[in-house]
Each structure stands twice: as C-alpha cells, then as structure tokens.
Design a protein around this ligand. Structure first.
Ligand code: SF4
Length: 464
C-alpha cells in the first residue's frame, strides 16, 4: 500500500510522524511524497495555538480533495488536533476516516490496513530505540525525543493536557539510538522534549541531561559530530549542565531557553516565576561558563494583564540581553488554558504591534552581531545546495539550529566542492540581518557522501 504523510508542527511532532512511517515501512508498506499517488493519506497535526490549528484544518481539507481526484481511499488524521478535538473532527470533518492520538502511534498500520486499532490511547506512549523509524530530516541531522509530556503549570499552555505528564526515555535507549544514528552517517543530533532540562527526574536522576550529554559526547565516531538540545526550562539550567557543555567539543555551544517574558508581574500570571533581573544573571552565568555560546529564546506579547509598562520593560530586557536568536509569538487565548479565565485581555492589534516592535529591536541586534563576525572563521555543517539557487550552498554553524535560526550561505570554497553532511571550516566574508555568507575552507577530515533523500513534505510552525 502507498501511504503519503504530511507532518505539521514542531520537531516533536515530526518524530511522531517518523515513528508512524517506520511502523508502516517495517510492515512492507511504501511511503510516497506525492499525495496524488497515495492510497492512504495521513496528516499529523498541531494544535497548540490558533495559527497551528488553522493550518492543520486547511491541510486536512486539502488532502481530502485527493480522495476525489487522486488514488486516496482513506484519510487519517493524527496528532495534537486529535487529542484536543477528537469529537469535533468526527462530527465536522466527515472526510476523515480514522483518528490517531499522540499515544496511539502504533495503531497506524492497523488503521491504514482497515483493521480495528489495538491501542486505547490512554496508556502514555513514548517510542524507544527498537521502534522502527524513518528519518524525515536530511540524512546528516536527526532529532531524538528524550522525553514526552510536561509537568509545568504555564497558564497559557495546553500541551500538558494532551501530551500528558512528563516522562523520560530510558538512558540506555537514547544512547543506543544515537549510536546507531551516528553509525548511519548522521552528523548532528538534536535532543528534544517539551522540557529537556527535566530529563531523568522521573527516573530518579539528578542532572540527568548533563549526564546524558556527557555519555553522548563520548560515543566514538569516525568523524566530527554535533550534539544539541532544545527547549531548556530556565530554572532547570544547572551549573553542572553548563560545565558539561563547556568541557565537550561535540556538545554545540548553543542554548535554546524559552523565557516567554521578563516582567515579574506577567511571569507570575503565567505561573513561570522569576524576572528579567534573574534571567540576566542566568545569561551572564551561561556566557561566563561557555564563551561564545549562542542563546535563543521565545517570548509572548499580549499575555492577559501585560501593561504598556510591562512591555517597555520587555523591550529594555532584550536590548540588554542581546539574544543571538529570538522567536516572538502573540498570545493565543486557548479556551482550555487557565489563562483563558484571566481578565485584562490585550487586543489583537496591540499584540501584533508589540510583536513587530520586539522583532525590529532584535533585527538590529542580529545585524550588529553578524557584522562583527565578518573575517572570523567558524565550523559549518553543509546542508546542500541553497533552496534559492544552485550557485550557492547552504550550511549552518553550531550557533544555528535547524529550521528556526538563520543560515550560512556558501558562495565560494577552497579544495573539494562542498557536500551535504560535511563539517568544514568557513571564513565569514559578508553579513546580513539574520544570515551570513562565507568561503568554505579546504576539508580537514575524510568524508563519505551520504546517499538517499527526505521522504515527506514538511512545513515548519513555531516551537512551544
Ligand atoms: S510552555 Fe513548555 S514548559 Fe510550559 S507547560 Fe507548555 S510545554 Fe510545558
């Protein structure tokens, strides 16, 4: 049977799609990137904020058309939208033939084959190192989900309602999966979860993430490797974690740590605690421990009760903090979130204006930062030819995470022609607001090009 997948949402959802594709391929089914050739279409949805919900429904309706014009006989909807709106989907989207919740990934084969699903969707699910999985990312980088669910009480967030309580994967399961991925030629592994810094707490581990990173860094590989983790929770960033990152060259000097706001009053209403001053001290400790570290954060504008003074404080905070990468989202008033019941809602135009203002401040910071890099040398993971033109190659520095940060364009090279998956030195010769351009230097290690291409279509949406 030919099955077509569309995966929406964040990298955590992408791994779920890869697990479902792995099950199907393990049972002899074929994956196709062409929806008009698929007999079964699967849309893995996201639903944590309004724009994500809208994109999910639009994509479901778009794929439903292939049941009229293509070979598709069945349309299956999976993921977070199912967890939140299972009943509504059944009632309002008759085009949909079956539903797969986030704890029912292993029922995908039965549902595609028209058999009843054995999974009840109640048992919390988390894949492991023996779970069949098809990588949907380019062959040189991969995500590993090290935990699922979340126990934090952030009032604007509905993710714990449908991803469940926090649970870590077994230590050795992650190590064995990473070892296998590196042996298959993967150069960069990105560890993900709703909150990676809680890793191991439910297994009785103190500083579980630091210990896991140290073990991953010790994995023997015939080539350079990069290990990154995303989604750190600020008050879980320990000194041991920072020291471990500073001590291991293959742990990239990069921290993604959503802070959401800097006003103590707003953070209190978000049930996240802390304040801008506390965060500035944390940033100072991070930069002191890991020289040259890149720090990314995410912020929300328009949270209920955010005053003009709170917002001015936030503007001042990012001027001072000087993040390397920043994502800004407008508050989404989710009807099942506890912030939905808060007063002093901020109107949509004000939210958008505040988002634009923060991004304008950040653009200046990013431009100045990139300008200061001209002439410097850095490492680059070559991604392949640029998406814009074959005359350029595209790569990423350790300070640039996949899909969410700027890129490094390669317009010249010394020695061998650039190849996807190579890690080489580069001299930065030109800068733009979010991207830089440079010359790739001659290779310093032998490199075996990686065969094979991604299998499904992806469209990124914002991270939690
Ligand atoms: S925002 Fe992140 S940390 Fe907070 S509850 Fe949601 S998933 Fe958990």
């Amino acid at each position: 049977m030919k099955v077509g997948f569309v995966s929406l949402g964040c990298p955590k959802n992408l791994v779920d799609s890869e697990v479902m594709m792995g099950q199907l391929v393990a049972r002899g089914h074929e994956l196709t990137p062409h929806p008009d050739q698929a007999e079964v279409l699967v849309v893995n949805t996201c639903s944590f904020i309004d724009p994500a919900k809208k994109e999910s429904i639009d994509t479901i309706l778009e794929m439903a058309e292939y049941k009229k014009v293509g070979r598709a006989r069945k349309l299956i909807v999976a993921g977070c939208l199912v967890e939140r709106y299972r009943g509504d989907i059944r009632k309002e989207l008759p085009e949909v033939d079956a539903l797969v919740g986030t704890n029912e990934l292993e029922s995908i084969v039965a549902l595609c084959e028209g058999e009843p699903s054995a999974r009840n969707g109640i048992e919390p699910y988390l894949y492991h190192d023996l779970t069949p999985r098809v990588l949907a990312t380019p062959r040189h980088f991969a995500y590993i989900k090290i935990a699922e669910g979340c126990d934090h009480p952030c009032t604007f967030c509905v993710i714990p309602q449908y991803r469940g309580a926090f649970r870590s994967r077994r230590f050795e399961s992650v190590i064995s999966e990473a070892t296998r991925l590196f042996s298959q030629g993967v150069r960069e592994i990105n560890l993900i979860g709703q909150d990676t810094t809680c890793y191991g707490e439910d297994l009785g581990l103190r500083d579980g993430l630091a210990d896991l990173l140290a073990r991953l860094a010790a994995i023997e590989t015939p080539h350079q490797k990069w290990i990154r983790f995303l989604y750190a929770y600020p008050n879980k960033v320990t000194q041991k974690l920072l020291d471990t990152m500073a001590a291991n060259p293959s742990l990239v000097k990069y921290i993604d740590m959503p802070l959401q706001h800097s006003s103590a009053a707003v953070l209190k209403r978000m049930k996240r605690g802390a304040s801008g001053d506390i965060f500035l001290k944390l940033l100072e400790r991070i930069r002191r421990t890991i020289p040259g570290v890149a720090i990314r954060t995410s912020l929300i504008t328009g949270f209920p009760g955010e005053t003009a003074a709170d917002f001015e404080e936030l503007c001042q905070f990012i001027e001072t903090a000087r993040f390397d990468n920043l994502g800004v989202f407008t508050y989404s008033d989710e009807d099942t979130s506890s912030s939905y019941r808060l007063d002093a809602k901020v109107d949509g135009r004000t939210m958008q204006n505040r988002k634009r203002r923060l991004m304008a401040i950040q653009r200046k910071i990013a431009r100045a930062r990139n300008r200061s890099l001209v002439g410097a040398e850095t490492s680059v993971l070559v991604e392949g030819h640029s998406r814009e033109t074959d005359l350029l190659w595209e790569g990423r520095q350790p300070t640039q995470a996949p899909e969410i940060d700027g890129v490094t364009m390669i317009n010249d090279f010394e020695g061998a022609e650039p190849r996807a998956g190579e890690i080489r030195r580069l001299r930065i010769t030109e800068s733009h607001d979010y991207d830089v351009v440079g010359t790739l230097l001659a290779p310093t290690e032998r490199f075996t090009p990686l065969a094979g291409a991604p299998l499904i279509n992806i469209s990124p949406v914002p991270a939690c």
